[in-house]
Ligand binder design. Structure first.
Ligand SMILES: Cc1ncc(C[n+]2csc(CCOP(=O)(O)OP(=O)(O)O)c2C)c(N)n1
Ligand SMILES: [Mg+2]
Length: 317
């Protein structure tokens, strides 16, 4: 969670300094969602992500050096510097990609889950699972409903993980959806739905672990709604005229990071251990920025390389 927070805050800073061109949608405030959910997955399970995807990638094991280099449009980045924030992918880690299309990752996860159901029938530990991260806004897209319906019909090993941060761009959730408890939508597709505190990493982990166990047993999909809040604007630079300072402050009092820090202290982790961890993360972020700065810029001549069937960074695209 610390690594995600520091990665995002540094990316915001480096964007202001000019190292990072293009838009970013910071994940600050939602860290407990990505970390709690991915902690319940194994390395060979897969995730699909969104436009607000840095946290998901880091939680699934993404390399912050390759991520920072990608944001900085460098050849050494995840997509050779050509994709930026919205297309980072690491098949070895089961990261099927960030995604600029709202709800676009949801049917992709259903496709992966269908493949797992067909291929993993005799796997002693149960099937691999797919987990789709998406926002509250995505639940009003047709793709969400079609994907959940098919997953319900075929009882696929997939977890639909909705991060309800109460806004889609500048529109409050209650003005874009006919109901506010989004987990209730699960009933329409024959699967269990649960709402959890998305700022409580342990609660998120427990809910996801239960859904994963169910999926591995062949009992089908689940919908998890994690209620959370983004502390920054929709994108970096968003003037945020649609919400009040008081509302942001009220949610900052529920910041998942100090909450987790406190929970760790209560369980006997010492202040010295926590400070050492914070330093270690700072160093990792510093190294990532250095790596990005020292890497060569993406070359316009390479624009068409890797578009169809070429090999890049060891992965076949
Ligand atoms: C299909 C599609 N429609 C519209 C957009 C523009 N858009 C980008 S993010 C966003 C809001 C998404 O809200 P939500 O799913 O709640 O995710 P959040 O930004 O809150 O994480 C919209 C409408 C898009 N990228 N794709
Ligand atoms: Mg949202």
């Amino acid at each position: 969670m610390l690594l995600i927070r520091q990665f995002e805050l540094r990316a915001i800073e480096e964007r202001q300094r000019g190292l990072i061109p293009g838009f970013i949608h910071p994940y600050v405030g939602q860290e407990a969602c990505a970390v709690g959910a991915c902690a319940a997955l194994e390395r060979d399970d897969v995730i699909t992500s969104t436009h607000r995807g840095h946290g998901h990638l880091i939680a699934k094991g993404g390399d912050v050096r390759l991520m920072m280099a990608e944001l900085a449009a460098r050849k050494t980045g995840y997509c050779a510097g050509k994709g930026g924030s919205l297309h980072m992918t690491d098949f070895d880690l089961g990261i099927l990609g960030a995604n600029g299309i709202v709800a676009g990752g949801i049917p992709m996860a259903v496709g992966a889950a269908l493949a797992f159901k067909m291929r993993d029938q005799h796997r002693p530990s149960g099937t691999r699972v797919a987990l789709a991260f998406f926002g509250d806004g995505a639940t009003n897209q047709g793709a969400f409903h079609e994907a959940l319906n098919l997953a319900g019909v075929w009882k696929l090993p997939v977890i639909f993980f909705c991060e309800n941060n109460l806004y889609g761009e500048g529109t409050p959730q209650h003005k874009q959806g006919a109901i506010t408890q989004l987990s209730a939508r699960a009933a329409a597709y024959g699967m269990p739905g649960v709402t959890v505190d998305g700022n409580d990493v342990v609660a998120v982990y427990r809910a996801t672990a239960e859904a994963v166990a169910r999926a591995r047993r062949g009992e089908g999909p689940s919908l998890i709604e994690a209620v959370t809040y983004r502390f920054r604007g929709h994108y970096e630079g968003d003037p945020q005229v649609y919400r009040s300072r008081e509302e942001i402050a009220a949610w900052q009092a529920r910041d998942p990071l100090p909450r987790t820090r406190e929970a760790l202290r209560m369980r006997g982790v010492t202040e010295a251990q926590l400070v050492a961890l914070e330093r270690e993360v700072e160093q990792q972020i510093e190294a990532a920025v250095q790596f990005a700065r020292e890497s060569p810029q993406a070359d316009p001549q390479d624009a068409l390389v890797g578009v169809y069937g070429d090999v890049h960074n060891g992965a076949v695209f």
